[in-house]
Design a binder for this molecule. Structure first.
Ligand SMILES: Nc1ncnc2c1ncn2[C@@H]1O[C@H](COP(=O)(O)OP(=O)(O)O)[C@@H](O)[C@H]1O
Ligand SMILES: [Mg+2]
Length: 452
């Protein structure tokens, strides 16, 4: 049973709570409404849309999902809406629903033919047989059907879309025929349901050409703004304001324009704590084979804490966070035969992705810079080299004491000269100090070259 599946499986950002609240809101609406659900790029709009659609369906709603980007190339938003509504009907009902659209003369003939193609493209081949009857009666015989099947294979023809658009421009069609058909579609879709409401979730508007996005919004409002339709736009607020400006040039007019379209603006807000926890949980799965040392500082837990901090302070979207962790993961897998400082890898990967590279301090990452500086100064200034080394000792004991006391082969210094010993801080500073950061950096760079 579909009910057994939790639509929010895998939800790391506490979106389920928003899902419940928004569902209550939707179920209290019975006139037409346009709601925007806003979040930045990569902040989870599509994830939310998919889970929420399932949630709404389980709550008894008729839900239509439209990926505006995929429909962009068909060029005609009304066809997009009609096709999506038709595709939402149960397969058995589709030919009936499609033929509903065939009533009402020439306009409907063209519209339903085009809409039928979309239904077919959506995989309802069953419709072909059922539809052949009314198609052959109403259009130009069976050849027309065959022709449209071929066109389906070639993709939706732009011409059909344009034909509909010009037909729709006729006042009569807009005022009389289309509204009737749309209401009939709504009734067919909600047959036997308590609420006569169709929820249409529109996603990826911000990935369309602005002209198409505007046409889609206008078609939504003018043609489909009928009782019983609730539209939810999953958008980036800046983008929405941007396309309004694109339409009118000035910002003020743009804002007013937006107000006309959107009745209610909601935000999908993710708390810092949720991002931290989600990132930490993801990072806890990092496959570290050989830790750099045995101490807590080299554990996956420590790396996960650091990732959580970066996630909060780095100004990144959740998509960027996931990608960054993925890079670390691949590096860990590719170099699983070497001891790796997992926290250092995490830190360096986030530094590269973040807008503010200094958002999170991680003192071990400074070791190489200091080690190289001290080596150079000592070379130039032999008399003071002891003094320089003292500053190195201070740095190691203050900023990365955890690097002392690791297995000797880590440092690569070889045995100390007769009668001498290497101090622990010296092993760190002079032993692997100069190599420590570059070697980890090289792993990440290699992964960069591997990943698309
Ligand atoms: N609540 C969540 N739980 C787990 N992963 C999420 C969640 N929200 C988003 N993601 C993941 O974050 C990435 C970006 O999300 P996405 O929905 O594509 O963003 P948007 O549509 O806003 O650009 C995707 O990999 C998605 O799976
Ligand atoms: Mg998206």
């Amino acid at each position: 049973m579909a009910d057994a599946v939790n639509p929010w499986d895998g939800d790391l950002l506490d979106f389920a709570a928003y899902g419940s609240t928004f569902t209550n809101l939707i179920q209290s609406i019975d006139d037409t409404k346009v709601i925007s659900i806003e979040a930045g790029f990569g902040h989870g709009k599509t994830f939310f849309r998919k889970a929420w659609a399932a949630h709404l369906r389980q709550a008894g709603e008729v839900v239509v999902e439209i990926d505006a980007q995929q429909s962009d190339h068909s060029g005609e938003p009304i066809v997009t809406f009609l096709g999506a509504l038709l595709a939402a009907a149960p397969v058995k009902e589709r030919s009936k629903v499609a033929s509903l659209a065939a009533k009402g003369g020439k306009l409907a003939g063209v519209a339903s033919k085009a809409a039928l193609r979309i239904v077919l493209r959506n995989g309802a081949e069953e419709v072909i047989e059922a539809a052949s009857g009314w198609m052959s009666g109403k259009v130009e015989g069976n050849e027309a059907l065959e022709e449209s099947v071929k066109e389906i294979e070639d993709g939706m023809s732009k011409l059909a879309g344009q034909m509909i658009a010009s037909q729709l421009a006729a006042e009569h069609a807009r005022q009389m025929e289309l509204p009737e058909q749309i209401d009939a579609l709504r009734d067919a879709l909600t047959e036997g349901r308590k609420a006569k409401r169709v929820v249409i979730l529109i996603d990826e508007l911000d990935r369309c050409h602005p002209d198409y996005a505007i046409a889609l919004l206008e078609a939504m409002k003018l043609v489909f703004g009928r009782p019983g339709f609730v539209f939810c736009l999953m958008v980036n607020a800046d983008y929405l304001e941007g396309i309004a400006q694109h339409r009118f040039g000035t910002k003020d007019a743009g804002e007013k324009y937006l107000e006309k379209f959107v009745d209610l603006r909601l935000r999908l807000r993710v708390t810092e704590e949720a991002v931290r926890v989600a990132t930490r949980d993801l990072a806890m799965k990092l496959p570290l084979a050989i830790p750099f040392g045995e101490g807590e500082a080299f554990s996956v837990e420590a790396a996960a804490d650091l990732a959580g901090e970066w996630a909060v302070k780095g100004g990144l979207s959740f998509r960027q966070i996931k990608r960054t962790l993925q890079r670390v993961e691949i590096a860990l897998r590719c170099y699983r035969d070497r001891p790796i400082d997992c926290s250092l890898l995490v830190h360096m990967a986030f530094v590269e992705a973040a807008t503010d590279v200094n958002a999170v301090a991680f003192s071990r990452a400074e070791l190489t810079k200091r080690a190289v500086e001290i080596a150079q100064k000592s070379e130039v200034d032999v008399a003071l080299s002891g003094l320089h080394l003292v500053s190195g000792e201070l740095f190691v004991s203050k900023h990365c004491p955890e690097l002392m006391g690791l297995p000797d082969d880590r440092y690569g210094l070889g045995p100390a000269p007769e009668g001498k010993i290497w101090h622990d801080w010296y092993k760190v500073l002079v032993g692997f100090g100069p190599r420590y950061v570059p070697e980890h950096e090289a792993m990440l760079q290699a992964v960069h070259r591997l990943m698309v």
